[in-house]
Design a protein around this ligand. Structure first.
Ligand code: ADP
Ligand code: ASP
Ligand code: MG
Length: 408
């Protein structure tokens, strides 16, 4: 008998039929004698619909009330799954985030989990029932409902697995594991048997939204045994996220990630002197804008161009902030470009194999794709390129690094 946390994403609970099929899977595990905590997302499309509703009145609605609204999708699916389970003879009790309670900080729309009370869930499990928990939501110290950021149900599941000391956390979704790249963009992408936490974290951070970044951080920190599986097929083993020593073979590159949500900002002709980066990025940080890649060009004639990327949604705000300080900085112009994206190659094998960067740049050059910015870590190389070349770049790199599935 094991204690298993299972999480079912939006598509997996997207209709009455899908919820029935989830109930049947949960029932199978239950009848095998396992203890189960099941986390569910809202039905697919529902959270988007709720977000759009909150924007119908104002471009920047009160975040407390946004969370009040967008957390409701999950309340529907927990109740429906509990009903579906009882109908087939499996006793189940559903919980919203605040009923558990799952305590978070106060940062509406991207709250972080601080603690989870185990008592109510453990009582349900000890009573021989399945506990169903709403993903994506929690409650702050003042009793306000918070949400964990888009895709946050993954983090709810991993945090519960850590808090309860579960034997495994299974993330059921609409793909049968983690692939070498998003299979929607590259049909030749292959499922990985295993991937290390570190690689998964880079993949998620670089844009592979199959798992929320925070969930991977959590799993790595608390050593939660984490598996990504399909809720649509029966037998698949999915992908196991492991620590590096456990990973069997180590290809140089494990995957290609990409993020369309990048915009480039350039300050042209800023005086090349100490403190300039701080004077540019300080006001941007104060505006609560996250900066991703940064490039400062080599100075010439006493001035330099300074570029960085932000998410597309933050571009307008960033440009307004910089227009406000442009004179003071002595910059000639502030430019914004929404037509860019970021493509990254990720792999722990990179540590011991030189030449990955050269191969990546040659592949892009052969396709006639210009690289605008570069950044690296020990196990990742990222480039910013024109967005219209995204698919071309990802496919070419996937092939060049030998990731395409062999033809059958
Ligand atoms: P859920 O609603 O179950 O949380 P998501 O849409 O959040 O599902 O995540 C699953 C999707 O992630 C897949 O349909 C796939 O298009 C996308 N994805 C992006 N990168 C990858 C990758 N490397 N491997 C697998 N899926 C990926
Ligand atoms: N329903 C939320 C979202 O769509 C949380 C999740 O699905 O993980 O972002
Ligand atoms: Mg998701």
């Amino acid at each position: 008998m094991a204690l298993i946390v299972q999480k079912y994403g939006g598509t997996s609970v997207g209709s009455v039929e899908r919820i029935k099929s989830v109930a049947e899977r949960v029932a199978r595990f239950y009848r095998e004698g396992h203890q189960l905590v099941v986390v569910v997302s809202a039905m697919s499309g529902e959270t988007n619909r709720l977000v759009a509703l909150t924007q119908a009145f104002s471009e920047s609605p009160n975040p407390r009330e946004v969370d009040q609204v967008i957390s409701t999708g999950e309340q529907v699916t927990i109740g429906l799954l509990a009903i579906a389970l009882e109908v087939i003879g499996v006793p189940a009790v559903s919980f919203t985030g605040w009923q558990v309670p799952i305590r978070t900080d106060r940062v509406y729309t991207k709250a972080r989990i601080e603690s989870i009370a185990r008592e109510r869930l453990e009582a349900v499990l000890q009573g021989g029932k399945v506990a169903i928990v709403a993903g994506f939501q929690g409650i702050d110290a003042d009793g306000n409902v918070t949400t964990l950021g888009r895709g946050g149900s993954d983090t709810t599941a991993v945090a519960l697995a850590a808090a309860l000391g579960a034997d495994e956390c299974q993330i059921y979704t609409d793909v049968d594991g983690v692939y070498t790249t998003d299979p929607r963009v590259v049909p030749e992408a292959r499922r990985l048997e295993r991937i290390t936490f570190e690689e998964m974290l880079e993949m998620a951070s670089m844009g592979s939204k199959v798992l929320q970044i925070r969930s991977v951080e959590f799993a790595g920190k608390y050593r939660v045994r984490l598996r990504v599986l399909s809720s649509f097929d029966e037998e698949g083993k999915g992908t196991l996220i492991t620590v590096e020593e456990e990973a069997m073979e180590q290809p140089v590159i494990s995957g290609i990630a990409f993020n369309r949500d990048e915009a480039k900002v350039t300050l042209v002709g800023v005086p090349d002197r100490p403190g300039i980066a701080y004077r540019i990025l300080g006001p941007v940080a104060e505006g609560n804008v996250d900066v991703d890649m940064i490039v400062q060009n080599v100075g010439h004639d006493g001035t330099t161009d300074f570029s960085f990327t932000v998410s597309k949604g933050d571009l307008k705000k960033t440009l307004t902030i910089l227009e406000g300080v442009k004179e003071e900085l002595g910059a000639r112009a502030v430019l914004g470009d929404k037509g860019v994206c970021k493509v990254s190659v990720v792999g722990v094998g990179m540590r011991s194999h030189p030449g990955v960067a050269a191969k990546m740049f040659r592949t892009l050059a052969d396709e006639g794709i210009n690289i605008q910015m570069i950044s690296t870590s020990e196990i990742k190389i990222s480039v910013v390129i024109e967005e219209k070349y995204l698919e071309l770049a990802v496919r070419a790199l996937h092939r060049a690094f030998g990731l395409d599935a062999p033809e059958v």
